[in-house]
Design a protein around this ligand. Structure first.
Ligand code: COD
Length: 302
């Protein structure tokens, strides 16, 4: 099973009933707008942690009634992150969302050794893209958290994404380990790692996934390009998930889809005790809404 777009993801998430999200440093207009939308759609109810005076002022401004929200007053952003994480650990919320706090500070709070959300697994970022002209969602990992993963980390990043995608109902995932070309060159680590990951796939280490690489972007999305280049690929242009070599490649690939191709993007962090919504200020309300949807879907499978 594949998701044709965010609408299909949303319908599935909605069928699971409301999830509770703890929002760290929630006094942010765009974040509250996304929370308002998702609550109105019956997807979530929030625990809002932050400066209550500001949360109330902003909520009033956007017409968001706080009647169904749990409220925790904590004006300091880092302390708010810690309290939101506490709410998750204490079972008051199914997942976590970043508000008006620096991403790295927020992630460090998530990773704090005591009362953090560590599991022993590597935390990694998974983004989903609805790209005009494509009849399926395209996923990219990791363009948001791990800066320059080694082979062991790439394997863990791939496992996180496959665990998520299988958990939401995808029975077969076509994975391309992205590089700039198809030849394995010892001087280009991305190609060496890609070959190693493809071999792991062949020996059954990623059940439910077809893993190929190294492959450049054109061959991942175009059977015609593969034919021109004389490359045989079982995936044959039908990629679901890109595993990228560095954070920059993932970040640029994702933003290119958004800014050059008009794609909508949503992303979450996987590998912690619960999914984590880590949106940036530039994300559109729809993008934040869809990130909440991705996390809500994952509540029992994280
Ligand atoms: N998964 C699990 N544990 C981790 C991870 C991870 N991905 N990263 C670090 N840890 C653990 C380490 O094992 C260690 O115990 C502790 O956390 C601190 O490790 P450091 O010193 O390597 O980590 P930091 O604090 O320097 O950085 C961690 C960040 C997540 C903040 C860092 O990786 C980062 O800034 N990533 C990029 C985030 C970003 O800017 N994204 C841009 C788009 S939003």
């Amino acid at each position: 099973m594949r998701f044709s777009g965010f609408e299909a993801l949303f319908e599935r998430a909605k069928s699971l009933g409301r999830a509770k999200v703890a929002v760290a440093a929630a006094a942010d207009k765009e974040v509250l707008e996304a929370i308002k939308l998702t609550q109105e759609e019956g997807l979530i109810t929030p625990v809002l942690v932050g400066d209550l005076e500001q949360i109330k002022r902003l909520s009033f401004k956007i017409g968001f009634s706080l009647e169904e929200s749990d409220l925790i007053h904590e004006p300091n952003p880092l302390a708010a992150a810690n309290k939101a994480i506490d709410a998750v650990i204490d079972g008051q919320a199914h997942f976590l969302m970043k508000g008006l706090i620096n991403s790295a500070d927020f992630l460090r709070a998530v990773l704090r050794p005591e009362r953090g959300l560590r599991t022993g697994r590597l935390l990694s970022h998974l983004a989903a893209f609805q790209v005009p002209g494509f009849s399926r969602l395209i996923y990219v990992t990791d363009g948001g958290m791990n800066v320059a993963p080694d082979l062991v980390q790439k394997k863990a990043i791939l496992q996180n994404s496959l665990f998520y995608l299988k958990g939401i109902g995808m029975d077969k995932v076509n994975v391309i380990v992205l590089a700039a070309n198809e030849e394995v060159n010892p001087k280009i680590a991305a190609t060496v790692d890609a070959q190693a990951l493809a071999k792991m796939g062949q020996s059954g280490e990623f059940p439910g996934a077809l893993v190929e690489g190294p492959l450049a972007l054109d061959g991942a999305v175009s059977a015609v390009a593969l034919k021109h280049k004389g490359i045989s690929s079982q995936i044959n242009g039908d990629v679901d998930l890109f595993l990228v070599p560095t954070i920059e490649v993932g970040n640029v690939l994702g933003k290119s889809m958004v800014y050059f191709a008009g794609a909508t993007m949503a992303g979450i962090v996987l590998g912690a005790q619960v999914p984590i919504v880590l949106t940036s200020r530039n994300d559109t309300p729809r993008s934040k809404f869809m990130a909440l949807t991705m996390a809500a879907l994952n509540r029992t499978t994280s």
